[in-house]
Design a protein around this ligand. Structure first.
Ligand SMILES: *[C@@H]1O[C@H](CO)[C@@H](O)[C@H](O)[C@H]1NC(C)=O
Ligand SMILES: *[C@@H]1O[C@H](CO)[C@@H](O)[C@H](O)[C@H]1NC(C)=O
Ligand SMILES: *[C@@H]1O[C@H](CO)[C@@H](O)[C@H](O)[C@H]1NC(C)=O
Ligand SMILES: *[C@@H]1O[C@H](CO)[C@@H](O)[C@H](O)[C@H]1NC(C)=O
Length: 401
């Protein structure tokens, strides 16, 4: 069940009242949403089905003037229909456009809106004047309210060129309005899900299509030495389709690759411990960033989104496979050193697991992470093997190239 509630606190009364959107999901699935467009489309579509019209008119939420608008739509539709039949349209001139998006072949291409966005619109006025400014970048944080100060600090490092989207895993949303920026942000609240679960459900490439770069970040990142505009400038300059800020080397680190270098803007390759890298152009020596703070170009995200598995919610192993999405990966994946962050490693969602048979909640979560890693790797390997087999190519080591 999904509840869409864009109208709060008398939005119709006051034009500068911040619009916001809550998507509350109880059992798990909210598919998609579009702010502000639902009323007009329902009106026009349903006008052809009088019984629906009645129930629509009776719906108390639709507000005043619905009847008049319906009449107008009804007349317009009628006269369009009349004009159509008066011209010599017959069976063979029915619309079928194979190049339309799948499922939309019966529509004239001019009406097909295949992509969307996360821009907030007004409920009044001329639609073409809703958006004096369109943000070019998107940043998402997966958050619990306990990290609000950290997120507040992080958001301030992102300019007005960024759309801010928060995924709430603890159900607390309204309280964020203490922060001015929160009233313009998109809030999506679904209980106890992971960053990659949200990303798969709510960041479909066609939904986030207007954004040139997409940040999909954890909540426990220290951003004192980070500026998002400058970061964007650097990834453009160095041609990075998939990137992350360097990590403060004073904190415990797993990988050499993501450790910040003090003497440069960006690095794309590294040395690892002896024996760790079979190939200097392959992970973990190159073509690799971690999953805590990745940044994707629009094109790279279109590919990565398709690789995210619906059931493998922790994303473990995804970091090692990102290189499948860009070519050549060792040139297009890299770490930005001069805009860097601190991974604070706050246990958060990990602690929201289910305690079982005397084990701490995080233990079960950690076990699932490892398990998912294995599952992801074997799925990817099997998929590649199946592909090459179907092409008649023998390749036992394809995933290593
Ligand atoms: C119907 O066609 C007439 C003439 O062909 C045109 O003047 C009129 O604007 C059309 N009506 C609509 C609703 O398109
Ligand atoms: C349908 O219209 C086309 C031209 O628009 C014509 O060539 C064709 O014969 C028509 N078919 C029928 C069944 O009227
Ligand atoms: C937003 O982007 C524009 C165009 O790239 C740039 O000129 C402007 O400085 C950016 N805004 C901020 C606050 O950096
Ligand atoms: C691995 O791949 C390379 C080139 O892609 C090929 O030359 C080599 O023979 C392969 N090795 C095995 C064991 O299949």
């Amino acid at each position: 069940m999904a509840k869409l509630n864009p109208i709060r606190g008398g939005l119709l009364r006051k034009s500068n009242e911040g619009m916001r959107l809550f998507v509350m999901t109880i059992i798990g699935m909210v598919l998609g949403f579009l702010v502000g467009s639902s009323f007009p489309s329902v009106r026009i579509t349903k006008v052809q089905f009088p019984s629906s019209v009645i129930s629509y008119v009776e719906d108390k939420n639709t507000g005043v003037a619905t009847q008049a608008l319906l009449n107008h739509a009804w007349t317009t539709t009628k006269s369009l229909e009349r004009n159509k039949s008066s011209t010599n349209l017959n069976e063979t001139s029915k619309i079928y456009v194979p190049t339309n998006p799948r499922g939309a072949e019966l529509l004239p291409p001019g009406i097909v809106a295949a992509e969307s966005d996360l821009y907030l619109r007004r409920l009044w006025g001329n639609p073409s004047e809703d958006l004096p400014f369109k943000q070019k970048y998107l940043v998402t944080f997966t958050v619990g309210y306990a990290q609000k100060e950290n997120i507040n600090a992080a958001v301030k490092k992102f300019s007005g060129n960024f759309t801010i989207l928060l995924f709430h895993y603890d159900g607390i949303t309204t309280e964020w309005d203490d922060f001015e920026w929160s009233r313009q942000a998109i809030h999506i609240s679904v209980s106890k899900q992971t960053k990659w679960w949200y990303a798969k459900r709510f960041l479909h490439p066609d939904i986030v299509a207007p954004y040139e770069y997409i940040f999909i970040w954890d909540e426990d990142l220290g951003v004192e030495h980070f500026n998002a505009e400058e970061y964007i400038r650097l990834v453009k300059k160095h041609g990075l389709d998939i990137s992350q800020p360097g990590l403060d080397p004073d904190r415990g680190l797993t990988w050499q690759m993501t450790k910040r270098r003090g003497d440069r803007e960006v690095h794309k390759v590294t040395e690892e411990r002896p024996g760790w890298c079979s190939d200097p152009h392959l992970p973990p020596c190159a073509a690799f960033v971690e999953i805590m703070a990745p940044v994707f170009s629009r094109e790279a995200w279109r590919c990565v989104w398709h690789m995210i598995q619906n059931d493998l919610v922790h994303g473990w192993g995804l970091d090692l496979a990102l290189r499948k999405c860009v070519e050549p990966a060792h040139e297009k994946i890299g770490v930005v050193d001069s805009q860097w962050i601190v991974h604070q490693a706050v246990p958060s969602l990990g602690n929201q697991g289910q305690p079982t048979s005397g084990r701490a909640p995080w233990e079960g979560v950690r076990e699932r992470c490892r398990n998912e890693w294995g599952l992801f790797q074997s799925r990817l390997q099997e998929a590649e093997n199946a592909y090459f087999k179907s092409k008649g190519i023998k390749s036992s080591n394809s995933t290593h190239k």
